[in-house]
Design a protein around this ligand. Structure first.
Ligand code: NAP
Length: 381
């Protein structure tokens, strides 16, 4: 029986993870759940999964939760460090990190120090502080299993292969909702248009990142950290069918690909079961889905976020943290109607260029720069 904490249980990945756990009650026990402010859904999840502890972002949400559901015998954390407390719950074996944005950086580090298995869906902490996370991992008995579908695919392709045999990663992406949109129409893109992803059903922030292709840029940096490769060893491929979740090329020229349906329950289950592989009720991929697989290079002119992210991946150091913070603010401003779709890369590019770069920043410096980049981006928005 594996005991699981889910950070971000009310989100798209979090609810998929609960579905995986609900299918196999003899194998998985949910011991911790967290939401930001979606108290109604969290209350339903508490009734259904009876966790030992839960977390919400602030005291008003905790009061609302107490009014909505019987919390007898359940620890309720709120406010500062509530996610850290949940992530280090002594009863937990696995911590699924599925919050949106950078809020889970410190909880992820806390879970590493506590020696947990971390199933990581949330890519922003790695973009912000990848080298610190990987360094801490090397010093602890914790393990990190990627849940982002592309990185899970790469991780799976690498099983049983010597690290030195890895030559190149082909990171695939569907191309998002504007794959074929002419450049002159980008300025008129609305949040409703950008939220309509052709292949995946996801939270709002990652959906906008998928429309700008910043998501692929974040994933490029994530891949460099997780698999210890240089930026130029990762090639991004636009693959609209979203069947090949990524590929790995080895030193002898052999390429291994991971194919599957577009359902996050697959990589979540893999991270929970690793190193085993177990059956499930998901539909098989089927031959017809594989009949036509097309692949092309991304258009960096129409998707400048991807160009910025590649420069940032090359620079490493503090650049990822600043890009990530500026992107989060710009995406929120676009969603609230304050800026245009085409302003997102413009704002991010300006802030990355004007920041005080450091190659090997401390965690404190990263946190200061994150706050600085958010203030600058808010002013520009
Ligand atoms: N969705 C996918 O298919 C997918 C695939 C690969 C990777 N990812 C990555 O997984 C992460 C989660 O994505 P998602 O699509 O599941 O996001 P989502 O649907 O927006 O869910 C985010 C979750 O985080 C919680 N949350 C948001 N802000 C918070 C804060 N300030 N403090 C504490 N909790 C907070 C939300 O709580 P409330 O519900 O209460 O707001 C919710 O439970 C992202 O980093 C994304 O890039 C997602």
């Amino acid at each position: 029986m594996k005991r699981i904490v889910i950070l971000g249980s009310t989100g798209s990945v979090g609810t998929s993870a609960l579905d995986v756990a609900a299918q196999r009650p003899d194998d998985f026990k949910i011991v911790g759940l967290s939401a930001h402010r979606n108290v109604r859904l969290l209350a339903e999840q508490i009734r259904r999964f009876a966790p030992l502890a839960v977390s919400v972002s602030d005291a008003p949400a905790a009061h609302e939760l107490a009014a909505a559901v019987d919390l007898a015998g359940i620890d309720v954390f709120s406010g500062r460090q509530s996610l850290e407390r949940l992530a280090t719950l002594p009863e937990a074996d696995i911590v699924l990190v599925a919050t949106a944005g950078t809020v889970s950086l410190l909880p992820t580090l806390a879970a590493i120090d506590a020696g947990k298995r971390i199933a990581l869906a949330n890519k922003e902490p790695l973009v912000m502080a990848g080298s610190i996370i990987m360094q801490r991992l090397r010093r602890s008995r914790a393990e990190l299993i990627p849940v982002d579908s592309e990185h899970s695919a790469i991780f799976q392709c690498l099983q049983g292969q010597p690290r030195a045999a890895l030559r190149r990663i082909y990171l695939t992406g569907s191309g998002g909702p504007f794959r074929t949109l002419p450049a002159k129409k980008f300025a008129a893109v609305t949040p409703a248009m950008a939220l309509r992803h052709p292949k995946w059903s996801m939270g709002r922030k990652i959906s906008i990142d998928s429309a700008t292709l910043m998501n692929k840029g974040l994933e490029l940096i994530e891949a460099c950290c997780l698999f210890d490769v240089a930026e130029d060893q990762v090639e991004i491929i636009v693959h609209p069918e979203a069947i090949v979740h990524s590929m790995v090329e080895f030193c002898d020229g052999a390429v291994m690909a991971h194919l599957g349906i577009t359902d996050m329950r697959l990589p979540i289950q893999y991270a929970f079961d690793y190193p085993c592989r177990r059956g499930n009720h998901l539909p098989p991929l089927g031959r017809t889905a594989m009949a036509q697989l097309t692949m092309s290079a991304p258009d960096l002119k129409r998707f400048p976020c991807l160009r910025i992210a590649r420069d940032v991946a090359r620079q490493a150091g503090t650049a990822g943290c600043v890009m990530n913070a500026a992107n989060e603010v710009a995406v929120a401003a676009f969603l609230s109607g304050t800026i245009k779709f085409t302003d997102i890369p413009r704002i991010i590019g300006k802030i990355v260029n004007r920041h005080a770069y450091a190659a090997h920043p401390s965690l404190a410096r990263i946190l200061r720069l994150d706050a600085w980049a958010r203030r600058e981006a808010e002013q520009l928005c």
